[in-house]
Design a protein around this ligand. Structure first.
Ligand code: BES
Ligand code: ZN
Ligand code: ZN
Length: 484
């Protein structure tokens, strides 16, 4: 799907469908030369998400789709994002191949932001899960034009890049686990680096990780025939580097639980256990287009978690690369084991000013926050505040959860320094998961995003597809990085 940008100086070109955004109780302005039947807008109020589709009686567009943005002094970006997604979905349903967003509304001081939201919504709304069905049809909508003033277009070009980053993350998420193995994550990372002169990829294989003494990470892949990797992407801006940020994403391409095996019901959803890694890769693709002025490192520890004769057993002792020994009391708490080595590696080798990990870490966060929010915790309040603020800006909401000393103490081991699960009566599963990770962040400002709820299964957004992956994290991280 290709997006073309045009200004309002030119007339509307030939198109199957022109989309006109409408404010509440205001007569929508049509592009010059386009007319619709006299009663086409009868009882159309312009409420947010309200639509009206009509044939054009005259002009270069075959049909006109009006979409309401609601009333109020300013328009929320999320309303525009959803409106754009509604438009492309309607186009898909009505066999439309070309669509033009004609933005005659004056967005004023919000022009860049709303332009960005419009393109994000259009790109994200047109995402389709690549099915492997023999009868699958190609997408009908192939051309989108955004016709708006230059400031709106500037925002929209950014929104297109960010939206495509989100779709990359979702493609990786939704791809079945036998086709998105650790080695496939590596291939995707290499491609992102190959496509950008500013991004390099370094891949640590199991041999290299053994040399680095990553016994915690390596314990997770022992039960799998697929080798684990640690992907290390680096984005370097053209100018002088003022800040260096490290992103770390859990890339568990399938989590059976290992010897502490999961129940079979819904185990198939565990292909999504690489969603943190997908968000990091999607963010890097966006960085290549946006070129912000900050150095960014992306670490994706990627592995399968399988039961097998060689698999790590409950009670086994492993040692991470910062020297801490860990009793693996539950092999299903494996995300923290691969993140432990990745975080310690970041502290030692990357030495970032701040690091943020994203992980589908705990079922507990789904209970606490559901599918609309990610949990955030860490050791640095201003970093947490910045992420909460980016969550508000992007509508990828994050909500703070505590890590208290009690949680940290509860993760201390009897045989080793640490254990990978808390004692049975403690509860607060997301916090104790975070508390475990805190032992590997050292003095580096660090935040942990638990995205187990928000990474898939959200049903409340027009630009997402129900039970599928959401690509959560890409828009949030891009906003955070651009604020550096
Ligand atoms: N990948 C899971 C977390 C998860 C569960 C994500 C359900 C989304 C939905 C993680 O590896 C895991 O199994 N965590 C355990 C930790 C427990 C054993 C301390 C969990 O949450 O049950
Ligand atoms: Zn698990
Ligand atoms: Zn997991």
């Amino acid at each position: 799907m290709k997006i073309t940008y045009k200004t309002l100086a030119g007339r509307l070109a030939k198109t199957d469908l022109v989309v006109v955004l409408a404010s509440k109780n205001k007569k929508p302005k049509l592009p010059e030369g386009v007319s619709v039947p006299p009663n086409a807008l009868a009882s159309f109020g312009g409420e947010a998400r309200e639509t009206r589709l009509t044939d054009a009686t005259q002009g270069p567009a075959k049909r006109v789709l009006f979409i309401g943005l609601g009333g109020g002094k300013s328009v929320a970006p999320e309303i525009v994002r959803r409106a754009a997604a509604i438009a492309v979905r309607k186009a898909e349903k009505t066999d439309t191949s070309s669509l033009t967003f004609w933005i005659g509304l004056a967005f004023g001081s919000q022009a860049t932001t709303l332009g960005q939201a419009l393109a994000e919504g259009a790109v994200m709304g047109s995402y389709r899960l690549r099915t492997f069905q023999s009868t699958a049809k190609a997408a009908t909508l192939t051309r989108i034009t955004i016709q708006a003033d230059q400031v709106v277009n500037g925002g929209a070009r950014r929104g297109e890049i960010i939206g495509r980053g989100n779709c990359l993350a979702r493609r990786l998420q939704d791809t079945p686990a036998n086709k998105m193995r650790p080695r496939d994550m590596v291939r995707e990372a290499r491609k992102i680096a190959r496509d950008s002169p500013r991004i390099t990829a370094r891949i640590h294989d199991e041999k290299s990780m053994a040399d680095l003494k990553m016994g915690s990470l390596l314990s997770v892949s022992r039960g799998s025939t697929e080798p684990a990797y640690l992907i290390h992407l680096v984005y370097k801006p053209a100018g002088k580097v003022r800040r260096r940020i490290c992103l770390v994403g859990k890339g568990l391409t399938f989590d059976t639980g290992g010897i502490s095996i999961k129940p079979s019901a819904r185990m198939g959803e565990m292909k999504y256990d690489m969603s943190g890694g997908a968000a990091v890769l999607g963010t890097f693709q966006a960085l290549a287009g946006l070129l912000p002025d900050v150095e960014v490192h992306g670490l994706v520890p990627t592995s399968e978690n399988m039961p097998d004769g060689n698999a790590v057993k409950p009670g086994d002792l492993v040692t991470a690369c910062n020297g801490l020994s860990i009793e693996v009391l539950n092999t299903d708490a494996e995300g923290r084991l691969i993140l432990a080595d990745a975080l310690a590696y970041a502290v030692k080798k990357v030495k970032p000013d701040a690091m943020i990990d994203l992980a589908t870490l705990t079922g507990a966060v789904v209970v606490a926050l559901g599918h609309e929010l990610s949990g955030v915790m860490g050791n640095d309040q201003s970093l947490i505040d910045a992420l909460v603020s980016s969550g508000e800006t992007t509508s990828e909401a994050v909500w703070p959860l505590p890590i208290i000393d009690f949680h940290k103490k509860d993760m201390k081991g009897k045989v080793g320094d640490l254990r990978n699960i808390s004692s049975p009566g403690t509860g607060a599963g997301s916090s104790t998961g975070g508390a475990f990770l805190s032992y590997f962040s050292g003095d580096t400002p660090w935040a942990h995003l638990d995205i187990a709820g928000s990474a898939w299964g959200a049903t409340n957004r027009d630009y997402q597809g129900g039970a599928m992956g959401t690509g959560v994290g890409v828009r949030l991280l891009v906003d955070y990085l651009e604020n550096q």
